[in-house]
Design a protein around this ligand. Structure first.
Ligand code: SD4
Length: 298
């Protein structure tokens, strides 16, 4: 069941660590910031949390021991977006993503080019400590220790926006880019309909344009939770791995309805508006939710 609130602004983000981020976003907005300022400030909290090993420079490094960060931001007004990928040594990738959106004719800057842009724009840097994480020789098959913050928001004027930031899959190959900085994959905002964000194994989100699909299902009339579930079902039907995909979505719509769903036992997500800030459990999804998987069954 999607839930609904008339309270604006409304912030929804992935994981329990989204709660302090949501609260910082609400404070920023109440202090006179725009909805985009709020998203940037909220995600910035996760990026500088030294205990967060999956967002920002405390994140688990890649197979060469280097932390490479992915982020994007999207503004429903004007359908604008910006992102950075494989960005090294910059404290706030979400802010660089916003600068790409606001100050360049481009949408996505990567690697050395993204870092050069960030330095030219005066963004703060930090030498990257390995935060005690072991350097790994190869990409592991497991998915442990990676949790993106995706945050979507609905403002009092009915406009939507969102952001996403991650250090990505721990021990990934250098240069690997996940779903999180890719508009339509890790995040998508359509000001006519709603917004969605993803967390999980990026390869399994980006092959299906997951967040875009969630928004398109909302356009067809599904509630946010139904749209998240339907997207997971569709992916599971097509993918040979069925439900063994480690993917999770959050979504909000123009009416202030919000919801989430994830594979397996689901995941926790955070919701905040004035007088309300909670961590909620999303429904989980397994084979029994859809019947046969592994083929293109319709
Ligand atoms: C990635 N989607 O780079 C990110 C990681 C993540 O929960 O969200 N993990 O694949």
């Amino acid at each position: 069941m999607s839930q609904q609130t008339p309270s604006r602004p409304l912030f929804v983000s992935t994981w329990p660590f989204g709660k302090p981020s949501n609260e910082a976003a609400l404070q920023k907005f109440l202090a006179g910031g725009t909805l985009l300022d709020a998203i940037e400030a909220g995600i910035g909290v996760a990026e500088t949390d030294p205990g967060n090993t999956s967002v920002g420079l405390a994140g688990i490094p890649n197979s060469e021991g280097v932390v490479q960060l992915d982020a994007c931001i999207m503004d429903g007004v004007g359908h604008r977006g910006g992102g950075v990928a494989a960005l090294e040594g910059i404290i706030h990738p979400i802010s660089v993503a916003r600068r790409v959106m606001d100050k360049t004719p481009h949408v996505l800057l990567v690697g050395a080019g993204a870092r050069a842009f960030a330095l030219k724009e005066g963004f703060a840097t930090r030498d990257v400590p390995l935060t005690g994480q072991a350097k790994a020789p190869e990409v592991p098959k497991g998915l442990k220790g990676h949790d993106t913050i995706a945050m979507v928001a609905l403002g009092p004027d009915g406009n939507l926006c969102g952001g996403c930031s991650t250090s990505g899959l721990g021990h990934k190959l250098p240069g690997r880019v996940g779903d999180s900085p890719i508009l339509g994959s890790g995040l998508y905002v359509d000001n006519e309909v709603g917004a969605a964000g993803a967390t999980g194994l990026g390869e399994n989100v980006m092959r299906y344009c997951g967040s875009y699909q969630v928004v398109e299902f909302m356009r067809q009339g599904l509630t946010p939770e139904e749209a998240c579930k339907e997207t997971i079902k569709r992916i599971a039907r097509i993918d040979p791995r069925g439900f063994d995909l480690s993917i999770n979505f959050i979504a909000i719509d123009k009416k202030g309805r919000y919801g989430a769903a994830g594979t397996g036992s689901g995941f926790q997500f955070s919701v905040c508006h004035q007088g309300f800030s909670k961590v909620l459990q999303s429904p989980g999804m397994t084979k029994k939710d859809v019947g046969p998987v592994g083929g293109n069954v319709h």
